[in-house]
Design a protein around this ligand. Structure first.
Ligand code: ADP
Length: 196
């Protein structure tokens, strides 16, 4: 996948494959949507993909549902197959990933799939734990994993399995951190700055 220039008026962002990292409720979905709607990215959310699979009653959805309801990660082999299909069906535009990779082993597999170049940028949206729990309970979208108990479990899993990715990408010079406690417009400005 080669880098592309995405031009939006006075604003030029250069990126091919970007991942958004951050705890549940940090606003990854909001920022991924903004990159899609305002900056020409394709957005791919593994959480949405799994929820759609579940609603459609596919084999993937049925196998993933019990893990999602417990706030656990879906096993890597289910995710890898799904992400390969999804990426294969995308066009040539730059891609923003929301919720993937979620573990170092997913990141390694993804780097192998992308070839030596791997990801272009990993943006960590930083939000402290107590704010995360408050937001998840506030937003309460009726998702079956939006209970306090599951929210805390997802946060625990985030710290254990996903946070090590920050070091993984930092070692590769790809990590950028943004303050996720500010409003969505301010975070969007920082995300754009990080991609410039
Ligand atoms: P949040 O960011 O609020 O935790 P997501 O919508 O990203 O929510 O994910 C919801 C659930 O979907 C996760 O708790 C997990 O069970 C599953 N999931 C999403 N992405 C992955 C992934 N890359 N690997 C394993 N499980 C995943």
């Amino acid at each position: 996948m080669s880098a592309e220039l995405v031009t939006n008026g006075d604003d030029a962002l250069v990126a091919a494959t970007v991942t958004l990292l951050g705890p549940p409720g940090s606003g990854k979905g909001t920022q991924a949507t903004r990159l899609r709607d305002r900056h020409g990215f394709e957005a791919l959310s593994t959480g949405d993909l799994l929820r759609e699979a579940r609603d459609a009653g596919t084999d993937l959805g049925r196998r993933a549902a019990p893990y999602m309801d417990r706030g656990e990660l879906v096993p890597d082999e289910l995710i890898s197959a799904a992400i390969e299909d999804a990426i294969g069906s995308l066009g040539v535009r730059p891609i923003v990933l929301d919720g993937f990779p979620r573990t170092v082993s997913q990141a390694r597999a993804f780097d192998r799939a992308l070839g030596s170049r791997g990801l272009d940028s990993a943006i960590l949206i930083d939000v402290p734990d107590e704010e995360v729990v408050r937001r998840i309970l506030d937003r309460h979208q009726g998702r079956s994993d939006d209970t306090e108990e599951t929210a805390r479990e997802r946060l625990r899993v985030y710290h254990r399995d996903t946070e090590p990715l920050a070091a993984y990408y930092d070692e590769r010079g790809l990590l950028r951190r943004v303050d996720g406690t500010r409003d969505a417009d301010a975070v969007e400005d920082d995300v754009r700055a990080a991609l410039r």
